[in-house]
Design a protein around this ligand. Structure first.
Ligand code: SAM
Length: 310
């Protein structure tokens, strides 16, 4: 019988570089942003995604190629992959808008949890004085900083790399890097939760809440990728490109995991959420009906601290 609690490829305290294990998922989602950015009517612009992905090697460069030529002759695979890229574009746009709204509301401290190859600290127009803290594993953050710096790309905010594992005592590392818990913060957890065991997810939310001054906000993607269609998408990446991004075996499938929207609502956050298929339809990228059973489902949400219950 399959153990639904333990991903096949994970161990407590495991670590990775950008092309290994969970690190490779950062490349895969950045490749989707590169595909979207090069498209004819992009929902987002991430000028650095192509650079960051192709620097990892030729197979990764193919994954970031907007023609999706690596799936030539496989129409179903191309359609499914396109839906995956559309979803990444929609979620990026949702969280870009969240960052813009937080800045508009006067928040000048942003913490990107599991930043991966997120280039918001380099590509968004931050108000002067904004501090962006990026938390991820050391080799992932190093890779991004090295590639961007080698190409003369400068951050548009004051960027702080906080190299720490999110299963550990990350608030100490965050404050050590200059984070000020007395100032309102905009937290972002995009593409992260399912890579954490459920107890680490609860601790993550507890720690964010404890470090949040009045006026703070939080944005979260709660995703469920374990459907056969997605599995076949990763199989194609392995078979055609030799890339091993087996998200199904890297994520924790715990049926009793806390529902993030409920957890946040129970702990003083007023939460606004939307299903990803609804948001994709709203932005003109509906999931074709025949692909709905195979497409990723997720909830995108953001909340602000009401202070009513902590
Ligand atoms: N948020 C980024 C984005 O949307 O482009 C990256 C998402 S990527 C799918 C997952 C990221 O989570 C990787 O960069 C990985 O290193 C990071 N991650 C997962 N578990 C982590 C942990 N326990 N500690 C630190 N980073 C972690």
């Amino acid at each position: 019988m399959t153990d639904l609690h333990s991903p096949l490829l994970r161990t407590a305290g495991d670590s990775w570089n950008i092309t290994e294990s969970v690190g490779a998922t950062a490349l895969a989602v950045a490749a989707s942003r590169a595909v979207e950015t090069a498209g004819s009517n992009p929902l987002i612009r991430d000028e650095f995604a192509q650079l960051l992905v192709s620097a990892a090697g030729p197979a990764w460069a193919q994954l970031a190629d907007p023609s999706i030529a690596w799936l030539d002759g496989d129409e179903h695979g191309q359609r499914l992959h396109r839906v995956g890229c559309d979803y990444q574009a929609v979620r990026t746009r949702y969280f870009d808008a969240y960052c813009a709204a937080a800045a508009e509301a006067g928040i000048r401290q942003v913490v990107i949890l599991a930043a991966g190859l997120d280039s918001r600290a380099y590509r968004l127009q931050w108000p002067s004085g904004t501090q962006v803290y990026e938390i991820d594993q050391p080799k992932v953050l190093e890779y991004k900083a090295e590639i961007l710096s080698a190409h003369g790309v400068a951050a548009t905010a004051t960027r702080h790399a906080v190299a720490v594992d999110l299963r550990d005592d990350w608030p100490a590392a965050l404050t050590g890097a200059g984070f000020d818990p007395t100032r309102p913060t905009a937290w972002l957890a995009e593409g992260l939760l399912a890579y954490l065991p459920s107890d680490a997810q609860d601790r993550l939310f507890q720690m964010c809440t404890a470090q949040s001054a009045p006026g703070s906000r939080i944005a979260v993607e709660a995703f469920n990728m374990v459907v056969d269609g997605n599995r076949r998408r990763w199989d194609r990446m392995r078979d055609r490109l030799g890339l091993d991004v087996n998200i199904g075996d890297l994520t924790y499938h715990e049926p009793d995991r806390s529902d993030p929207a409920q957890w946040l609502a129970d702990h003083g956050w007023q939460v606004h959420s939307v299903g990803n298929h609804q948001e994709m339809a709203r932005l003109g990228r509906p999931v074709p009906e025949d692909l709905v059973p195979d497409a990723i489902t997720s909830t995108l949400m953001w909340g602000h601290l009401t202070g009513a219950q902590r």
